[in-house]
Design a protein. Structure first.
Ligand SMILES: Nc1ncnc2c1ncn2[C@@H]1O[C@H](COP(=O)(O)OP(=O)(O)OP(=O)(O)O)[C@@H](O)[C@H]1O
Ligand SMILES: [Mg+2]
Length: 241
């Protein structure tokens, strides 16, 4: 079981979206994942809820959600849950959706991750928060308490301003970055909250009309982006169990 975490000190950097993109790609490939909400917002649980409604179910029994947040859970409990999940042989991946904070729980949780993704949108305020997060990871690295780390550029416009180019370079100088960039697309972020993309496309494409048909087309593009992200992740950590 490959454990992947998304980490930042700042809220709203794209942690949950990144992990949901991976969940989409994992499910579309026919693999399994344990989605671990370590944030009281419980975004994975919300995602699952949004995927099921009257007359439709775009959730998958290959995805399980558990809730172990930093307020009510000890790191020991998280470790036990991850060990049990690994031993069950049921999951190809576990995705740790951490709260956006420098919290001791997060520092400890990161020890279980083979890969930590740090989403970063090139902007002045984001850079101010990125450096301390990367410094925590460097500290953990020195104690061999963290796996691989990659900065992931997110909410990227097709053309960056001169200032944004500088913020991007500043991030690149601190840590290795992913080749994959996540585009800025409010539509994608919205679509991804509504259900697992592959399941939605499969369920609706045959009879979609008009605007819904257009939306399904966008979902396919979004799913291709998800697959690209997972492919790069697998290239870093290997995809075998
Ligand atoms: N690529 C994107 N393009 C446009 N909007 C995005 C993108 N990624 C995320 N968003 C939006 O930005 C907001 C924050 O994203 P997300 O919830 O993934 O961040 P987070 O780091 O998990 O936040 P939190 O710290 O609150 O858990 C959400 O409203 C989401 O819809
Ligand atoms: Mg989140």
């Amino acid at each position: 079981m490959k454990v992947i975490a998304a980490y930042s000190h700042k809220g709203g950097t794209g942690k949950t979206t990144t992990l949901m993109m991976l969940a989409n790609a994992i499910e579309a490939r026919g693999q399994t994942a344990l989605l671990v909400d370590c944030d009281p917002q419980q975004n994975f649980a919300m995602y699952r809820r949004n995927s099921q409604g009257e007359g439709f179910d775009y959730w998958s029994d290959r995805m399980d959600v558990i809730y172990l947040d930093f307020e009510g859970t000890t790191v020991r409990q998280l470790e036990e849950a991850l060990l049990a999940a690994d031993e069950s042989g049921k999951y190809d991946y576990a995705l740790l959706n951490l709260a956006g904070a420098d919290h001791p729980f997060n520092r400890l949780a990161l020890r279980y991750a083979e890969l930590t993704l740090v989403p970063f949108k090139p902007a002045a305020t984001e850079l101010a928060e990125l450096t301390p997060a990367l410094n925590v990871l460097k500290e953990l690295e020195q104690e061999s308490e963290v796996g691989q780390v990659r900065v992931l550029f997110t909410m990227m416009r097709s053309k960056l301003s001169a200032a944004q180019v500088l913020y991007k370079e500043a991030a690149e100088q601190q840590y290795p970055v992913m080749q994959t960039h996540i585009k800025e697309t409010a539509l994608f972020a919205d679509l991804v909250m509504r259900g697992l993309l592959a399941r939605t496309i499969e369920g609706e494409e045959p009879h979609a009309q008009g605007l819904r048909k257009t939306e399904i087309g966008r979902m396919k593009e979004a799913l291709a982006d998800c697959m690209g992200l997972l492919e790069e992740v697998n290239g870093i950590i290997g995809s075998e169990q």
